[in-house]
Design a protein around this ligand. Structure first.
Ligand code: GDP
Ligand code: IMO
Ligand code: MG
Length: 444
């Protein structure tokens, strides 16, 4: 039975958390497969409003196992805090599992992320300063420490000593900063290890057995395609692949298990941090979208840059992910606008192009070419059927669907779980999973 990947299709913050929370009811396992606590996934469901950074957004269903996959990097302090916060609000976290292969974010990673950003000055990338880049750098450089290492204190101590000698040389000699104490980190991470031990497991067998039993698995993406190290706006990118290809490696299952790739697109674009964004609106319309959509970062609180939907970037996202279905979120944020626009091509140095340039200096010179549509100026928050959307909204979505070159299965019209139009069910409810009613929307 299938695994379905849920992938951010723009620059992150598309509403992946909402979509995963909606679909997780129908699966037995949800796996976060990339990134770390740079992610901020907001879920608004009958239990309240939650901002998840590393725990999968399927945690709210008692029948759904949630795995923090091998492809993530885990800051134990953040994870333990998130577990405590959720438990404190009555959410059962006993079905959480952490891959023993997931790498740890260590104190020197967060420190170096900040120091590197400061050193870049006006050329700063605008990272979340959560240590993500330095942790993935160490993974590739074979200097990483993994969650499983915490379970063997002797090996952990040895490994930490070797790595920290090197890190302290960088901290003191390159950044003129204070060295970190190996003993303090050792003691602190041993305590984390004891607290996390009940959750740390080998996870590929768990997934394999579930798939063999015919259960459905959801692979929860973090970040978005345009932040991918290969295809994003390099170097203004994150450090692990948010693409469907990354889902297979980062969750630990073969790519042939992934039968559907669900794109999550906003009905417009947003970006937080530096780097080119051809359709960015630095005018009143952009500001009105930011205000209406409360476009401020979940993780850092930074104002998100807002702009029209970018069909050129979207087509690249579809090509490199093989999207089979799409969820369009935040349609309601455009409800108030008299006109809406879709970018269908770029003009680069006076020449029309229909591809997303790989060079950021070319991309920075791209002028978006738009098609304009009448706005619908009707509140869509309470609409639950596609045919009940205003004709103008349907016209906009139809053209958007052509541009992304993949069928729209979900249209989201509000933050809450139930504020959703399911055009075609993405996942059928399987008999193995409980079918919990949504108290807010009993008929949903
Ligand atoms: P993620 O990182 O992709 O999970 O997205 P974020 O949670 O960072 O940002 C998306 C924001 O949009 C969150 O505050 C969601 O609650 C909210 N959201 C999701 N879908 C909708 C929608 O259809 N309409 C509105 N108004 N808000 C939405
Ligand atoms: P979710 O999962 C939006 C951005 C940062 C920065 C760049 C690199 O909530 O969609 P990093 O800390 O990863 O080294 O920062 O990537 N970024 C995100 N932007 N949503 C996210 O996650 C992001 N995770 C990282 O703002 O520009
Ligand atoms: Mg987010």
């Amino acid at each position: 039975m299938p695994a379905i990947a849920v992938i951010g299709a723009q620059w992150g913050d598309e509403g992946k958390g909402k979509i995963v929370d909606l679909l997780a009811e129908r699966v037995s396992i949800v796996v976060r497969f990339s990134g770390g606590d740079n992610a901020g996934h907001t879920v608004v469901n009958p239990q309240g409003e939650f901002k998840l950074h590393i725990i999968p957004s399927g945690i709210f269903y008692p029948h759904t196992t949630c795995i923090i996959g091998n492809g993530t990097v885990v800051n134990p302090a953040i994870l333990l805090d998130e577990i405590e916060q959720l438990s404190g609000r009555g959410v059962d976290t006993s079905r959480l599992i952490i891959s023993d292969r997931a790498h740890l974010i260590m104190p020197y990673h967060t420190l170096l992320d900040g120091l590197e950003e400061d050193k870049r000055g006006s050329g700063a990338l605008g990272t979340t300063r959560r240590g993500i880049g330095p942790a993935f750098t160490d993974k590739a450089a074979r200097l990483g420490i993994r969650t499983g290492d915490l379970l063997d204190k002797k090996t952990f101590r040895e490994r930490l000593r070797t790595v920290l000698e090197y890190k302290n040389a960088i901290l003191t000699k390159v950044y003129d900063s204070q060295p970190l104490s190996p003993d303090e980190i050792y003691q602190q991470y041993c305590r984390y290890g004891e607290q996390l031990a009940p959750y740390v497991r080998e996870t590929t067998t768990i997934l394999d057995e579930a798939l063999r039993r015919g259960e459905q698995v959801l692979l929860e993406g973090a970040q978005g395609a345009m932040l991918d190290p290969d295809f994003g706006t390099y170097p203004y990118i994150t450090s692990s692949s948010p693409l469907a290809g990354g889902a297979s490696v980062g969750a630990g299952l073969g790519p042939t298990h992934i039968t559907h790739v669900l794109a999550v697109f906003k009905a417009y674009c947003s970006r937080v941090g530096g780097g080119p964004m051809p359709t960015e609106l630095k005018d009143d319309t952009g500001e009105s979208i930011r205000q209406k959509g409360h476009e401020y970062g979940t993780t850092t609180g930074r104002a998100r840059r807002c702009g029209w939907f970018d069909g050129v970037a979207a087509r690249l996202a579809t090509r490199i992910n093989g999207f089979t279905k799409a969820a369009i979120t935040r349609l309601d944020v455009l409800d108030h606008l008299p006109k809406v626009k879709l970018c269908v091509a770029y003009s680069l140095d006076g020449k029309e192009i229909d591809y997303f340039p790989s060079s950021i200096s070319d991309l920075a010179r791209c002028q978006p070419l738009y098609e304009e549509f009448p706005g619908w100026q009707t509140c869509t928050n309470d609409i639950r059927k596609i045919e009940q959307l205003p004709a103008e909204a349907r016209q906009y979505l139809k053209r958007l669907e052509e541009l992304i070159n993949c069928p729209i299965s979900i249209v989201s019209v509000g933050q809450k779980r139930g504020q959703t139009i399911e055009v075609k069910p993405v996942i059928k409810r399987s008999s193995g999973t409980a079918n919990l009613p949504d108290p807010e929307h009993p008929s949903h």
